[in-house]
Each structure stands twice: as structure tokens, then as C-alpha cells.
Design a protein around this ligand. Structure first.
Ligand code: PGA
Length: 249
């Protein structure tokens, strides 16, 4: 059975008090043991979040990290620093990092290598732009986004990988991919893992969907065969909405 996961990506939102209050509210809920709940607060609040959730089932993720452990990289945070505050999970390759901070398949390859060497669990994000889909290039594009950073890894390293398909045109726009479009892409992605590795590995990898998931559309998306959960942006900032999404899986 693949792990079901709902992860909240809080992006650059929530100050210290808002972060603590949302974490305390989430701690008060006992979610089904079948679903793994994760949250990704901003860097400045990760220490607080890790401390508050130390003995709790909710996992804390960083939203990004550097590939080196230290050095002259102003403004960056390293795997070692995260480990030292009890964080060993990270989101890599989010489209906002690719678009605004020029992350590429090659830089993500370095980050993934570093994350695996430091025993991190990784939610790896990827997805096409609307123009790619309109030109019918979305499958090729997704294949390339996965190939360079991931398809050279040893099978064993895939234990640390969670995939998150996030079509850029659906992120924060209110436009969601239809359940059919999501299933079609997730099944394509699982097929690529089969081709590059084997059926067992492909069937063990959790593939999340992200892009304007709300409580009103989550159930239908999560009920698709190859969808194992969601990476939730805007709706994860609203406590009751996020809880409804978690409970819909
Ligand atoms: P959204 O963001 O749910 O606000 O569309 C998803 C994401 O960026 O991971």
C-alpha cells in the first residue's frame, strides 16, 4: 500500500504567532492513521515548528535547501543546519523556485543528491506551463523534468522520494486540472518509473497532485487510482479548509 500524504506548503505566509496558532490547531485534531500530514512553514519558523511537533505525528518540511553544508552563500540554508534543528524533510523543485530563482534540472540534481546523502525525505515538484500543454508537449516536458534529477538514482534512494505533479497553470490560480487530466499524468509518471526501474518500485512511490486543491475538489482528485495525496498551498493556510482536505482522502 502506498503512503497517502497531505502536505501543506505555507510558502511566504504566516508570522510567528500565526504559525504557532495554526500548528496548535492542527495538533488538536486526531487524523486517520492512514494519512501522513506534513507542513512546510517558512524558514524562520522551522525551529519553532520542529520543537512544537517533536513528539507529534505531523512532519515538518523545509521549502527548499542548498546542496552544500556550509560556505559563502548569503541567504542560503544547508542540509546540516536543517538537521541540527530536527528537520529531515524538504520540498525541492517547486515551480516558484524554478521560475523566480532559476532552479534548473541540473541544479535540482545537485540538491537531490545532497538531500539523499544527508538522509532527507524529498517532495520533488514538477509540472508543465499552460503553453506546453496547449502545444501538446506536456508529457515530454514532464519526462525531462524527471529524467535529469531523478532517473540516475539507485532504486534504494527512491525510498526517500515523494513526487508532486503540479501543473504551473493550476497553482494559486483557482484553475484545477480535471481529475482525468491528473490521473492521465500520474499514470504516465508511474509508467516512466516502470520503464526506468521496475513495477514494484513504480507501485511503491507516492505521487501527489498540487494546484488549487480545495475541500470542494479534493475528494474527486484523491479518488483517482494513481493519486496518493496532495501538496496544498493556499488552502493549507486556512485551518478548517486544510482539515477538510485531509479528511477527504
Ligand atoms: P495552491 O499551491 O494550492 O495555492 O495552488 C500549490 C503549491 O504551490 O504547492
Amino acid at each position: 500500500m502506498r503512503q497517502k500524504i497531505i502536505a501543506g506548503n505555507w510558502k511566504m505566509n504566516n508570522d510567528k504567532e500565526e504559525t504557532k496558532s495554526l500548528i496548535n490547531s492542527l495538533k488538536s485534531i486526531s487524523f486517520s492513521k492512514d494519512v501522513k500530514v506534513m507542513i512546510a512553514p517558512s524558514y524562520i519558523h522551522l525551529s519553532d515548528a520542529a520543537e512544537m511537533l517533536k513528539d507529534h505525528k505531523i512532519d515538518v518540511l523545509a521549502q527548499n535547501m542548498h546542496f552544500l553544508n556550509n560556505g559563502a552563500y548569503t541567504g542560503e540554508i544547508s542540509p546540516q543546519m536543517l538537521k541540527s534543528i530536527g528537520i529531515s524533510k524538504v520540498i525541492l523543485g517547486h515551480s516558484e523556485r524554478r521560475i523566480y530563482y532559476n532552479e534548473t534540472e541540473n541544479s535540482l540534481k545537485q540538491k537531490i543528491k545532497a538531500a539523499i546523502e544527508s538522509n532527507f525525505e524529498i517532495i520533488f515538484c514538477f509540472g508543465e506551463q499552460l503553453s506546453d500543454r496547449k502545444k501538446g508537449k506536456h508529457f515530454d516536458l514532464i519526462k525531462n523534468q524527471l529524467k535529469i534529477p531523478l532517473f540516475h538514482l539507485e532504486s534504494n534512494s527512491w525510498k526517500r522520494i515523494i513526487l508532486a505533479y503540479e501543473p504551473v497553470w493550476a497553482i494559486g490560480t483557482g484553475e484545477t486540472a480535471t481529475p482525468n487530466q491528473v490521473q492521465e499524468m500520474h499514470s504516465f509518471i508511474r509508467g516512466l518509473i516502470k520503464q526506468n526501474y521496475n513495477d514494484d518500485l513504480a507501485n511503491s512511490i507516492s505521487i501527489l497532485y498540487g494546484g488549487s486543491v480545495k475541500s470542494k475538489n479534493s475528494k474527486e482528485i484523491f479518488s483517482q487510482d494513481d493519486v496518493d495525496g496532495g501538496l496544498i498551498g493556499g488552502a493549507s493556510l486556512d485551518f478548517s479548509e486544510f482539515v477538510k482536505i485531509i479528511e477527504s482522502i
